[in-house]
Design a protein around this ligand. Sequence first.
Ligand code: HEM
Length: 372
Amino acid sequence: MTSIPEAIPFLFLRLHLITTVAAAVPIVAVVVAAAAFLYPGGIAWFLSRRQTHIPGPCGLEAGFCLAGGAAHRVLALLCRCFSADRLMAFSVGLTRFVVSSNPETAREILNSSAFADRPIKESARELLFHRAMGFAPFGVYWRNLRRISATHLFCPKSIASFGDRRREIGEKMLGDVRLLMRKHGEVDIKRVFHFGSLSNVMVSVFGKTYDFGKGEGMELDGMVKEGYELLGSLNWSDHLPFLWWLDLQGLRRRCRVLVGKVNLFVGRIIEQHKQTRITRFEQAKGVAGDFVDVLLGLEKEEKLSDSDMVAVLWEMIFRGTDTVAVLLEWTMARIVLHPEIQYKAQAEIDAVVGSRGSFVIPTSQAFITFSL
Ligand code: HEM
């Protein structure tokens, strides 16, 4: 047995070790934190098991920049600063991001199955989009939805069958422009495109047109706007999971309110379609059915539940409204900046419409060529 006087030096040694370790802990913590903070691409890349050396901003600055309005400009600037044209890494909280300003690299990323699964945001999950196409995991369900959409919604026959409805929408847009010019002397073209594009999606997906100034149309527009705001918000609990339960920005609460309204609205349309459905047989005979008819006509293993149908239909509205409206607005802005293109487009339209003065809807191919 060791006597007390003999044990005293060991006691001192142990105490000395403990105090040395205790003193070293904060230093190590500061060094690790500094390394994490200064790591190219930021903290999320430092913590990742697959640490790579893609250039990019350290810390959290890129995340804060994204919270602003013009994220694409900030990212382009950062890419130039870090000479990271092909690939730049950055962190938003604990989420790793890569961005490319190079078309070849962007194409490789978009075509690679490694990037097929997009991480689902809380708002997308709450709004049920994990059951729709864009956020569904890469697999049988996603492939099935993709095939159904390609065959029945985006095929040339289906696009052609809605030609007359598109003509009506185009004429209404022109009428709105004329009216606004007469009333105010200027036109908020973004709004005109937004409503035109929303009408176009509603016609091909739900087979219905709406007056967005009142009743159901107004309700629909409110829901679409709220949905865009929720999906477009940078939700910090997506990237800082420890904040999840706090719902600091109130997005979860708003999503749940919206989902209740959407379920009622789209559910009502599905019910109406069940009563007056255009069957596959009728569609085969040339009667134009809409996408709800197509989904209701699915059988056996392809059959979707009503809640999955709501998600798929609702996603089409989101995917198809702003994309088209923004592309048209951008085309207009480019045309304004390049008068020579404007003259050329005007000459082409005059050559087709000419003195007949009728409104001609160009084919999708011609329009795409014209837009580009
Ligand atoms: C000019 C207009 C459009 C542009 C520029 C555009 C662009 C894109 C892009 C880049 C993607 C792939 C990236 C992503 O998953 O977010 C995508 C996916 C998708 N778009 Fe569009 N889009 C347009 C119009 C539309 C319209 C009108 C609809 C429906 C009516 C639509 C429905 C979809 C769907 C369902 C997906 C998901 C496909 C999948 O996950 O496999 N888009 N779109």
